[in-house]
Design a protein around this ligand. Structure first.
Ligand code: UD1
Ligand code: CA
Length: 462
């Protein structure tokens, strides 16, 4: 929309959350509340977007710094109307309309905002607010409509009479104002109410007193405009977002055995015919290909799992890639930009950090592979450890194609094992191993004949 300025109110502490973290930084579906609001507004192409911060403002600014928005500090926080006053230098000089959003109403959709803006433009009203109807309206501001059905004012729950509290149509805290008209009344707000705050909602009555028109768009899906004021409301929205995402995935051909205990964040993609078992967590921009199976108690974050891969029970995979047809786990940990090729097998109690493993390589049991570049068709025996850290630096281990690393070997990095070489089990490798060589680096075995029998005889049991 042309000439659109967006203002997001996010200065409140959120007293009812009983938290040291500002309300808008509490996470919903893995993202701070404020980020949901910003993401809903950005597709409207505003010419400027500003966030009003207050309580722990520095933390809020830091959390949204990647979104390149402006911010204004409101100190102290004297109410929603005061927040808009404090930000006047940001919006007043602009032409057109001001969209005011609440940082604590996270599920608002771009579509609904578009509908609000369209009606505002078409009606020529000075303000258009978004309302919804609730069975349980306690806590919200109510819309007072005149005999002609037009909005006359908003009354806050705490200031409402018993009769007004019966009204089910509530203010969502989302408004579109014509900037020129808002500019004329914004300084006229008074804090004459039960909370001694400057209410933005009073702007509606003030505009009506000037015979300006005020419109309302009713949001049919009230779950979109639920405000978050408590931890239980946060949990309710979490449930709504999660079920919506799971429904979408199932619609796209993903099997989810138990949607009640499967946690998939909104940005995750999962291909058709993949199966998610209970207690799976898929986070951030994780991508799961087609025909994958993700078994119980697996958490995958910011990672890609290619087609046909299987992640067995109780694995943690972060910032990593697993190639097609590979099998990971149970109890494996892949992290920090690990890249696993296709048809690879990573077995139980294997940790892989910042390493590449080529196609068809196996590390099936009890290993730590860190800062390693491992080729194709390598066999990493049980208990193999890359000793990558010397106390100061992290060093690289290179294992070329076709190498066989015997069980319980230590590879002291930096070190290279060249193509086709063998490492005898139990070796501590500190020098490079040439191509096709056998490296044995362990102390020789000595068998002392009859030693055990003699010991028993010299020290008979009591
Ligand atoms: C507000 C509305 C109410 C509406 C409800 C919808 C007012 C007076 N009331 O009530 O009509 O039904 O939202 O959710 O506006 N904020 C600031 N600075 C302040 C105070 C608040 O930036 O000084 C921010 C908060 O961080 C929050 C938003 O404004 O993001 C709303 O504030 P909140 O205190 O939650 O208002 P409600 O009591 O929910
Ligand atoms: Ca609120």
């Amino acid at each position: 929309m042309q000439n659109l300025t967006v203002l997001i109110l996010a200065a409140g502490k959120g007293t009812r959350l009983k938290s040291t973290l500002p309300k808008v930084l509490h996470l919903l579906a893995g993202k701070p509340l404020i980020e949901h609001v910003v993401r809903a507004a950005l597709p409207l192409n505003p010419s400027a977007t500003c966030v009003v911060v207050g309580y722990e403002g520095g933390r809020v600014q830091a959390a949204i710094s990647h979104l390149s928005l402006q911010s204004v500090a409101q100190e102290p926080q004297l109410g929603t109307g005061h927040a808009v006053q404090v930000a006047a230098a940001f919006w007043k000089p602009n032409k057109g309309n001001l969209l005011v959003l609440s940082g604590d109403v996270p599920l608002i959709s771009t579509q609904t905002l578009q509908r609000l803006l369209e009606q505002h433009s078409q009606s020529g009203a000075s303000a258009t607010l978004l309302s919804t109807k609730l069975n349980e309206a306690a806590g919200y501001g109510r819309l007072i409509r005149g005999a002609d059905g037009n909005v006359e004012r908003i009354v806050e729950h705490k200031d409402a009479t018993e009769a007004e509290r019966q009204i089910s149509e509530i203010n969502t805290g989302i408004y579109c104002f014509t900037i020129a008209d808002l500019a004329q009344i914004i300084d006229k707000l008074a804090a004459e109410n039960s909370q001694k705050e400057y209410y933005l909602t009073d702007c509606i009555g003030l505009l009506r007193m000037q015979n300006k028109r005020v419109g309302a768009v009713v949001c049919e899906d009230s779950s979109e405009v639920n405000g978050i004021n408590s931890r239980s409301e946060l949990a309710e929205l979490e449930h709504i977002v999660r079920q919506k995402k799971l429904k979408q995935l199932m619609g796209d051909g993903v099997t989810i055995i138990d949607p009640v205990s499967t946690y998939v964040e909104p940005d995750v993609q999962v291909g058709p015919d993949s199966v998610l078992y209970p207690n799976v967590f898929l986070e951030n921009a994780t991508v799961i290909g087609a025909g994958c199976r993700i078994y119980p108690n697996v958490r995958i974050t910011s990672s890609t799992i290619e087609d046909g891969a299987v992640v067995l029970d109780s694995c943690l995979i972060s910032e990593s890639l697993v190639g097609a047809g590979s099998q990971i786990g149970p109890f494996a940990h892949l992290r920090n930009h690990t890249v696993i090729g296709s048809q690879v097998r990573i077995g139980n109690f294997v940790e892989v950090k910042k390493s590449q493993l080529g196609d068809k390589t196996k590390a099936a049991h009890l290993s730590y592979l860190g800062d390693a570049e491992i080729g194709r068709e390598v066999n990493v025996g049980a208990g193999t450890i890359t000793c990558n850290y010397d106390g100061v630096n992290k060093n690289k281990t290179t294992i070329e194609d076709g190498v066989f690393v015997g069980s319980d070997s230590q590879l002291i990095a930096p070190v290279t094992v060249h193509r086709g070489a063998y490492i005898a089990a139990g070796s501590t490798i500190q020098h490079d191993v040439p191509e096709d060589a056998l490296a044995i680096a362990r102390s020789q075995q000595v068998n002392k004949q009859h030693w055990a029998r003699k010991r028993r005889e010299s020290r008979p049991k009591e």
